[in-house]
Design a protein around this ligand. Sequence first.
Ligand SMILES: *Cc1c(COP(=O)(O)O)cnc(C)c1O
Length: 463
Amino acid sequence: MTRPAKRPTSLPLAAWDHAYLWHPFTQMQEWEEETPLIIERGRGAYLIDTDGRRYLDGTSSVWVNLHGHRHPQLDRALTAQLRQIAHSTFLGLTNPPAIRLARELIRLAPKGLRRVFYSDNGSTAVEVALKMAVQYWQQIHPSAGPKQSFVHLKMAYHGDTIGSVSVGNIDLFHARFKPLLFPTHQVEPPYCYRCPLGRTYPACEMACIEPLDTLLKTRHRDLAGVIVEPLVQAAAGMLVAPPGYLARVRALCTKYNVLLIADEVATGFGRTGKMFACQHEGVTPDLMAISKGLTGGYMPLAATLTTEAIYRAFLGRYDEWKTFFHGHSYTGNPLGCAVALANLDIFRRQGTIRQVRTKSRLLTRLLTPLAGLAHVGDIRQCGFMVGIELVQDREAKTPYPLERRIGHRVAQACRVRGLLLRPLGNVIALVPPLSISPRELTTMVAIVHEAIRETTEAPASSL
Ligand SMILES: *Cc1c(COP(=O)(O)O)cnc(C)c1O
């Protein structure tokens, strides 16, 4: 779809974008042929482009925004911090917003997590967790064999840096970088719609946990940790694990003395209807990575939370070399921490979690009719994370070939109707801001319904 730039302001910008930029996860040849959508402003659940067109932000700007754009309290927190200082280093110094935020995070985190290590994006938060796990085992059992490999799920996504790609498994993104990755152990994911074991839930009694049990039983001496996206494997297509799966993983990790790393980068901060997804099953991981929603979608900030036991294994005289030698230029950034504190304050004052639960039930009802569409195979939902898997044939669950770009085409059909989405292959992902109103939710689902019907039920000649 082409979008002629009308206003003189967007004309040079579009040309300069094409001349100078390289966008993430984007085929730039295609990008260069299209007029880019240039977002200039935002308000609540809406994004506004340079031509003044308004779009519902159906992905929360790819899973980061919580309370809407231009939230007055978040805006104020940022400008107030700017009057103090924008940034000072966290190496050998500290600052008030970072201290206060750590205390708040520990108050809200699953019980037992006691220490906060800051970084600046989800991938680095995962890298930090992996490095902490390996170094922890070296220091706790210096004479034992190395406990340094990791278990992760197939189709996992933990970020784009080399360590986080190593524990990821989405072929389209990761296969090329194989030569750079460290070896890992992989187990099948709890993907009930396409069960890798060919079983059916709940009759299966969660048989997919058994390969993990076997692996831990035989290899635990070499294993540093198991990393999971709790409850929802988001980038894989919003795969929602059956209830109790996470608690089973936790129990196995405890039994075999392997650390559990929870990557809450996507699921954290109310997305699933609890502050953190682990809290649905009363699970405390040994390490927890958070980022996306941490600042309500305002600033790049991340953290890795861990237990006092792990933290204490890094204490010693300087020349015992137990220091965690890791850090980033913008660690503990005061602007990010100040806006994150305001973000958490909004949760408290506005009862955000309670609202998400109520609106999630509305969302479930709104989505129900979509299950009747000829090419909707599966609708998965966990709070405000939704995946609608489109299939060529419903009976046989035949996937659309990726080159058909069915998800992309549905997203394009949504765009002309005023809704912005970012599909995950053949899965239409809906991840609205937690603050979206019931009316806006209704509009969003109505647009998606129409767009799916138009795109998948069009006469074959136009495909
Ligand atoms: C987005 C995401 C990451 C990576 O975060 P970035 O900030 O993009 O580096 C890691 N894990 C999960 C589960 C994510 O959804």
